[in-house]
Design a protein around this ligand. Structure first.
Ligand SMILES: Cc1cc2nc3c(=O)[nH]c(=O)nc-3n(C[C@H](O)[C@H](O)[C@H](O)COP(=O)(O)O)c2cc1C
Length: 221
């Protein structure tokens, strides 16, 4: 698979088969992803990979907790600014519309939306997941490094025939995650990432993108 194909075939997949992902494949992907760049090569990512019984335990605990209506854990970072301005607010709302209409859920049907959201904490059925932590003392450039690293993982997963879904939703139940992973103090859970083979029955139309001219300015010939 060439890089263009890896990039364009990557989507946030939200329905996986229960076919396991081998440890060898995960090690190959994570070993290659370690070559991602970072400012001064500080490699600010801290990754936990979960499969099998520990992942099953985490999914059960998280889904039960959310279904029970427990409040979210105290936030360690803001997912979005409280006032999302234009054009981001419009893009976010277009995404919500696309997603819920693909699921046949009316926008005002809060309960159905909640039920769909709960699938996050079941990793959409994926048999593998990773959890990405970053040291609380690091700053915005290091968070950007982590983003590049995560995208590198997602592209390598495509080369292995795998799909993924990055999920900030896991940060909302970070204490439940910490009960299973026991990360050292001082680390912030940025996100989880579900990993597995796509269940074609659960696929839906891919998300759109802003026209190039909205986000890219060419200066010169
Ligand atoms: C940092 C990050 C966090 C995300 N968190 C979630 C999440 O919690 N749940 C979810 O279903 N999708 C999540 N997504 C997936 C985005 O909704 C998705 O990437 C975006 O809508 C673009 O669609 P595409 O990835 O299919 O091209 C996240 C993506 C990123 C990069």
């Amino acid at each position: 698979m060439d890089v263009y194909e890896a990039v364009t075939s990557r989507r946030a997949v939200r329905g996986f088969k229960d076919q396991p992902v081998s440890r060898a494949v995960l090690e190959r992907v994570l070993s290659a992803a370690a070559w991602s760049p970072s400012g001064s090569n500080i490699q600010p990512w801290n990754i936990y990979v979960l499969t099998g019984a520990p992942l099953a335990e985490l999914k059960t605990n998280a889904v039960e907790r959310v279904a029970h209506g427990d409040p979210w854990d105290k936030r360690q970072y803001k997912m979005y600014p409280s006032e999302l301005k234009s054009p981001y607010a419009e893009r976010r709302s277009a995404f919500g519309k696309e997603r819920y209409s693909a699921l046949g859920i009316a926008r005002e049907d809060w309960e159905a939306r909640q039920r769909a959201a709960i699938a996050n904490w079941n990793c959409f059925g994926a048999p593998a997941a990773l959890f990405c932590y970053i040291d609380r003392d690091l700053g915005r450039p290091q968070w950007a490094d982590v983003g590049m690293y995560l995208q590198t993982i997602m592209l390598l997963l495509r080369a292995e025939g795998l799909h993924s879904c990055t999920q900030m939703a896991w940060s909302q139940v970070r204490e439940t995650v910490a009960e299973v992973l026991s990360p050292p103090d001082g680390l912030i859970l940025f996100c989880g990432m579900s990993i597995g083979y796509e269940d074609p029955a659960a696929s839906f139309p891919r998300t759109g993108r802003a026209p190039l001219a909205e986000t890219v300015t060419f200066v010169g010939d």
